[in-house]
Design a protein around this ligand. Structure first.
Ligand SMILES: Cc1cc2nc3c(=O)[nH]c(=O)nc-3n(C[C@H](O)[C@H](O)[C@H](O)COP(=O)(O)OP(=O)(O)OC[C@H]3O[C@@H](n4cnc5c(N)ncnc54)[C@H](O)[C@@H]3O)c2cc1C
Length: 392
């Protein structure tokens, strides 16, 4: 349905999309409407996923605190200025500025389709993990909460678990499972395709992670990755890149992320599926399409980098709306950022890097290992952190 009200559509309501929506609503001329689209009614604090997939009742009952509802934070805006659509973008026609949105219900069942004409489109649809594991939202709130429970059951039932990928997600998840089941006869193997754990940071940080995991009984194999996985009577047979095979009850892929951008025209995307953007977070192909967060073609795909990305995008959209040119635009600098990696949540169990300095385990435990910053889920959902927002 075409509309005469100038409308900005934000696709994806997570770390990038929610603060962007708040910031725009607070600064845009009053004739503008902002529509926020997301399949889930709740933000998923996936930072805590390594613990939430392994253990229940860690973040209040049923791990409920890893979710926070999105719409209460928008309650104070006028109804004709803001709309939340529970749904998913399924197509974009960049020539006519139209986005097709399919509604979904809480069970993920698709419903009516709606076409919205946009003045600007912000792609904040993030990225999905390699497997169906809920290291990112897997759909609606109900679906992701169920997926977390299913993982806990699978992990509990498995006698042998292979995690492939020794980046932060693999290291943290292996640490959580090993801590929970230490001394209970579960075999846990972590595979790194690189020469060590955390191959993206300096060597001593990766070696510390490996030592901590080995102390918890995890076997770490480096320089190998899974090439095929075949289910049989004895379990899953994994063939590795070095030709060896491994039989396991459970395989948890933790590597790689794929941008959720399949609904966009191919010419907007690079070979990885990320939206090609300038330093202004503006599509290099369509001037009224912007991309931020994990969906954008940037090197640093992290929660903490969503902030400078969205700040640039918002300022630049407002500049365009205000009739200003590129000289008023703000740039995002795709620079290296800190990384802290808890290993199991025990005191001083963790490592990381901050401004090229190795971080003490005790600091990692204190800032992240105890609770994975989960109290901030509500604050991001309400728009109180990363900019914009209002108190409800
Ligand atoms: C296990 C794990 C732990 C992490 N820990 C940290 C950490 O400690 N620190 C850090 O800085 N980074 C961390 N990260 C990275 C961080 O999670 C991402 O950088 C961050 O989620 C990016 O936010 P985003 O808003 O761009 O996308 P996402 O958080 O991926 O959210 C995208 C949203 O868009 C929705 N969506 C998808 N498709 C559509 C569609 N077609 N239409 C509408 N909506 C759609 C999704 O359902 C989702 O709600 C971690 C990542 C993982 C996997």
């Amino acid at each position: 349905m075409a509309t005469t009200t100038p409308t900005i559509v934000i696709l994806g309501a997570s770390f990038a999309g929610i603060p962007t929506t708040h910031k725009l609503l607070r600064a845009l001329p009053s004739e503008y409407k902002v529509i926020l689209v997301n399949p889930s009614t709740h933000i998923f604090w996936n930072i805590a996923a390594p613990r939430a997939v392994a253990r229940d009742n860690q973040f209040s009952t049923d791990n409920a605190d890893v979710f926070a509802p999105i719409t209460p934070g928008f309650a104070a805006y006028a109804e004709d200025r803001f709309e939340f659509i529970q749904g998913k973008a399924s197509a974009v026609d960049a020539a006519t500025n139209k986005v097709t949105i399919k509604s979904v219900d809480d069970e993920g069942v698709e419903g009516a389709e709606r076409v919205v004409e946009y003045a600007h489109l912000v792609v904040a649809t993030g990225a999905a993990g390699a497997g169906a594991w809920p290291f990112k939202a897997v759909g609606t709130h109900v679906q992701t909460a169920k997926a977390l429970k299913d993982c806990q059951v699978k992990i509990e039932a498995a006698k042998t678990i292979v995690l492939s990928g020794a980046g932060p997600t693999g290291v943290e998840t292996a640490g959580e499972i090993a801590t929970l089941y230490k001394g209970k006869g579960k075999k846990i193997i972590l595979l790194s395709s690189g020469e060590r754990c955390l191959p993206m940071v300096r060597e001593d940080v990766g070696l510390t992670a490996q030592k901590l995991l080995e102390g918890l009984g995890v076997e770490v194999h480096v320089g190998v990755k899974v090439t095929t996985e075949v289910a049989g009577d004895e379990g899953l047979t994994l063939t590795l890149s070095n030709g060896e095979t491994m039989v396991t009850d459970l395989h948890i892929p933790t590597y790689g992320i794929t941008p959720n951008t399949q609904f966009l025209p191919a010419e907007l995307l690079d070979e990885s599926g990320s939206v090609k953007v300038s330093a202004h977070m503006q599509s290099t192909v369509q001037a009224n399409i912007w991309a931020i967060g994990d969906a954008a073609a940037v090197k640093q795909k992290k929660t903490i980098t969503t902030k400078p990305m969205l700040e640039a995008a918002v300022e630049n959209i407002l500049a365009v709306v205000g009739g200003k040119g590129e000289e008023a635009f703000k740039e995002y600098k795709d620079e290296e950022t800190p990384m802290v990696v808890p290993v199991g949540g025990g005191f001083a169990m963790g490592t990381g890097i901050l401004n090229k300095w190795k971080v003490w385990g005790v600091l990692v435990w204190f800032v992240k290992g105890r609770k994975y910053f989960v109290a901030n889920a509500k604050n991001v959902a309400l728009g109180k952190v990363y900019g914009g927002g209002q108190t409800v």
